[in-house]
Design a protein around this ligand. Structure first.
Ligand SMILES: Nc1ncnc2c1ncn2[C@@H]1O[C@H](COP(=O)(O)OP(=O)(O)O)[C@@H](O)[C@H]1O
Ligand SMILES: [Mg+2]
Length: 321
């Protein structure tokens, strides 16, 4: 449904997006991750036809966004960063306007609005000027605008940014409800969101893809993958270290947060597989009368992978400037 081919965007001498290619199928939610300035918004603007690529293109349901922007845009919904809308309009007026420019007749527009308003739960504020709405409601107006024509492709730029936890949850839920029948791209800074709603994820840095895969496959690239982490009272740390040091071919890492400490046991070579390591740790601590808060075999940490991949030193040519 979304095919991105060698997409490049230059602003003067500066390359914001450097040769991106990827595809998103119906039923997939692609999470676009990357630090500020990585090129996420610029990529989304090009995919949705709001910015002309310097090179490359994108196809929406097979339609080239550069050659036939209007035809491609009928297939897609776009929630730009910050969910801009006309502040003087009410959500009803705004959505009526959107359905009109999307070419709906009156009965079709009414049905489309009822559906979109239902999904975004806007009933209570339909006739209140948009600039008097809370941030959460304004974002939902933006979302309603993006889905009012029930597009097969949905592109959302930081849909939950700046919302409180309840509002985040509601927006995520709306995305999850739609996910089965659409191809969706969302950008986000919130790594837990990727785990919660994305089937695929891509980390971009300085305009280039540095990693992609399922969230769990990406997380598994973390150095914590396969480590055994034990969470206990900080006062037990000394005893725990003394005990766990006895496991051959391992090394310990300790992270203390106030009264709670996490001790991670890493296998130093392949002779010790993860489940054998877990068994050994379990056996050792089973013989103590400690109150252990948690014991887990690590499936990897996305934040660790993100940090490692996006904090590489800049090339020397840029470091000089
Ligand atoms: N219109 C523009 N003119 C010049 N530089 C731009 C323009 N738009 C974006 N950029 C630059 O391109 C880079 C990528 O920006 P953006 O796509 O907004 O990143 P992200 O959304 O990942 O935070 C940034 O360095 C930004 O300053
Ligand atoms: Mg952005």
């Amino acid at each position: 449904m979304i095919e991105v081919e060698n997409l490049v965007k230059k602003f003067g001498d500066f390359t914001a997006v450097n040769n991106l290619s990827f595809a998103v199928e119906s039923g997939q939610v692609m999470g676009f991750l990357g630090p500020n300035g990585a090129g996420k918004s610029t990529t989304m603007k090009m995919i949705t036809g709001f910015l002309r690529p310097t090179a490359g293109t994108a196809r929406i349901a097979g339609i080239d966004i550069c050659e036939q922007p209007m035809a491609a845009q009928t297939q897609l919904g776009y929630l730009p960063e910050g969910a801009p809308a006309w502040p003087d309009m009410t959500p009803r007026q705004f959505l009526e306007f959107i359905t009109r420019i999307r070419g709906f007749d009156k009965p079709a527009a009414r049905a489309a609005m009822t559906r979109a308003v239902g999904m975004t739960e806007l009933h209570g504020v339909l006739d209140q000027p948009i600039d008097t709405l809370s941030k959460g409601y304004r974002r939902r107006v933006g979302l309603a605008q993006a889905i009012v024509h029930d597009p097969d492709v949905l592109v959302m730029d930081e849909p939950t940014d700046g919302l409180d936890p309840n509002q985040k949850f509601q927006v995520r839920q709306a995305i999850e409800e739609m996910a089965a029948h659409k191809a969706i791209i969302i950008s986000t800074h919130i790594l837990e969101e990727v785990d919660a709603i994305c089937s695929h994820a891509m980390i971009i840095d300085r305009g280039e893809i540095v990693a992609e895969g399922t969230p769990s496959a990406l997380a598994a690239r973390s150095r914590f993958f396969g480590a055994v982490s034990l969470t206990l009272d900080t006062q037990l740390l000394g005893q725990a270290q003394a005990l766990l040091q006895n496991i051959a071919n391992t090394r310990l890492e300790v992270l203390t947060r106030g009264v709670e400490t996490v001790v991670s046991v890493f296998a130093e070579n392949d002779s010790l597989d993860a489940s054998a390591l877990l068994t050994q740790v379990q056996t050792l601590i089973g013989q103590q009368d400690w109150s252990v808060r948690a014991l887990a075999l690590e499936t990897g940490r996305l934040d660790d992978v993100f940090g490692t991949l996006t904090r590489k030193p800049r090339p020397s040519t840029e470091a000089a400037s």
